[in-house]
Ligand binder design. Structure first.
Ligand code: NAD
Length: 357
C-alpha cells in the first residue's frame, strides 16, 4: 500500500535540508520499490507569512492524514516579536499535541570518522550509539496547577506541577522496551525516585511493564547520576527512557557528546507508530540561504521514518550505510569539516549520499 508522507520544510535552513532528504526518498521510490506519495505544506514562519498562522488548518489536516511527517525546522528572528500564540515554535507544540506524539526518540550516534568533533576524548565516544526515549506530552511542562501567585507578605511565588499518570508511563516504557529489543537489549530508566513521589510511581510502572520483556535487561538510575555517567562513560548505555524535563536536558547533553548538531535525527511517535521525523537542530538563521547547512540529520531522520513507521528497516540501513560511506570518502559540510577532508555544500552532500546508497 502506498504510504503518504507530509513534507513540512519550514523556515531558515529547513527547506534546504529537507530538499536533500526528499532526494533520498525519491531515489528509494524510483529504484528500490518504496511505495510513497509526498505532499508539501507550509509550517512555522513560512506558514505565518502566507496564512497568518504557523500551523494552518490545511497543514494540520495533511499531517493528520499522512502516515508520517517529515519536518525541517521552524523559527527565525523576524518572528520573535510576534504574539506567543502565532510564533513559529507554536506549530511544533500543535503538531505534537494534535498527532498525540508522546514518545520522542533521539539517537546520539558518533560515527568513528567524526570522533574528533566531540569535546570528549575519542576513546570515550568513538562508536557511541545510544537512544534516548523521552516522554513528550506530560510532566512538569504540562502539569496543573501552574502559575505565579502572590503570597500574604506580598512576595511572588512561581510554581509548576510534576505529574505522571500510570498509562503515560506505561506507553512510553513500551516504546522504549520495543526499541531496546531491536538494539542492544538494555534499557536504563532515569528518574529521581529518591526524592520525588512521581518518580517512585514511574519506577513501579516501568518494572511492571518489564515483566513482558524478559529479554531486555532493565536498570534504574537517578537523573543526576545519569547526567554524570553520560559524560564519564556514555557507551555503558543502550536505550534510556525518561520523563519530559529530564529527557529534554539529557538528550541535549547526549547530542553534544557527538559534537555535531547537524548529524542527529529524531522521531516523535504516537501509539500506532505514526511519527513526525525531524533533525534535532533549529532553523539556523545564521547560515540560512548560504547553501552550507549539513543535511545529514534530516537524511538520517528519513532512515528513522523507514524503520519506525514505514516498516522498511533494510532501506533504513541502506541510507545509514550511504551516510557512513560518504564520511569514509572524507566528504564534509563546514560544521564537521577538519583538515584533510573535502568541504562541500548542502546539495553536494545530499547528492553524495544519494550516489552512495
Ligand atoms: P539552531 O539549531 O538553529 O542553531 C545552533 C547553531 O548550530 C547555529 O550556529 C547553526 O548555524 C548551527 N547549525 C544548526 N543546524 C545546522 C546544520 N544542519 N548544519 C550546520 N550547522 C548547523 O539553534 P538556535 O540558533 O538556537 O535557533 C535558531 C532558530 O531555530 C530559533 O528561532 C529557534 O526557536 C528555532 N529552533 C527550532 C527548532 C525546531 O524547529 N525543531 C529547534 C531548535 C530551535
Amino acid at each position: 500500500m502506498t504510504k503518504k508522507i507530509a513534507v513540512l520544510p519550514g523556515d531558515g535552513i529547513g527547506p534546504e535540508v529537507v530538499a536533500e532528504a526528499v532526494k533520498v526518498l525519491e531515489r528509494l521510490r524510483r529504484e528500490f520499490g518504496l511505495k510513497i506519495e509526498l505532499e508539501t505544506a507550509p509550517v512555522g514562519g513560512a506558514a505565518y507569512d502566507l496564512h497568518k498562522h504557523p500551523l494552518p488548518d490545511a497543514t494540520l489536516k495533511l499531517a493528520k492524514q499522512a502516515d508520517a511527517v517529515l519536518l525541517g525546522a521552524v523559527g527565525g528572528l523576524k518572528y520573535d516579536t510576534l504574539p506567543r500564540d502565532v510564533r513559529p515554535e507554536k506549530a511544533l507544540l500543535g503538531l505534537r499535541a494534535e498527532l498525540k506524539l508522546f514518545a520522542n526518540l533521539r539517537p546520539a550516534i558518533l560515527y568513528p570518522q567524526l570522533a574528533a568533533a566531540s569535546s570528549l576524548k575519542p576513546e570515550i565516544v568513538a562508536g557511541l550509539d545510544i537512544l534516548i526515549v523521552r516522554e513528550l506530552t506530560g510532566d512538569i511542562y504540562f502539569g496543573e496547577p501552574r502559575g505565579v501567585r502572590t503570597l500574604a507578605n506580598g512576595e511572588r511565588q512561581g510554581f509548576n506541577t510534576m505529574i505522571y499518570a500510570e498509562h503515560e508511563v506505561e506507553r512510553v516504557a513500551r516504546v522504549a522496551f520495543d526499541a531496546a529489543r531491536k538494539r542492544g537489549k538494555k534499557l536504563c530508566s532515569v528518574e529521581k525516585a529518591n526524592v520525588l513521589e512521581v518518580s517512585g510511581l514511574w519506577r513501579e510502572v516501568v518494572e511492571r511493564v518489564a515483566k513482558e520483556y524478559a529479554d531486555v535487561a532493565l536498570s534504574h538510575m537517578y537523573v543526576d547520576n545519569a547526567a554524570m555517567q553520560l559524560v564519564r562513560a556514555p557507551k555503558q548505555f543502550d536505550v534510556i527512557v525518561t520523563g519530559n524535563i529530564f529527557g529534554d536536558i539529557l538528550s541535549d547533553e547526549a547530542a553534544m557528546l557527538t559534537g555535531s548538531i547537524g548529524m542527529l535525527p529524531s522521531a516523535s511517535l504516537d501509539s500506532n507508530s505514526k511519527g513526525m521525523y525531524e533533525p534535532i537542530h533549529g532553523s539556523a538563521p545564521d547560515i540560512a540561504g548560504k547553501g552550507i547547512a549539513n543535511p545529514l540529520a534530516t537524511i538520517l531522520s528519513v532512515a528513522m521514518m523507514l524503520r519506525y513507521t514505514l516498516g522498511a528497516p533494510v532501506l533504513a540501513e541502506r541510507i545509514e550505510k550511504g551516510v557512513s560511506t560518504v564520511l569514509d570518502q572524507g566528504v564534509r559540510t563546514s560544521d564537521i569539516y577538519t583538515d584533510g577532508t573535502k568541504k562541500v555544500g548542502t546539495t553536494q552532500m545530499g547528492d553524495a549520499v544519494v550516489a552512495a546508497m
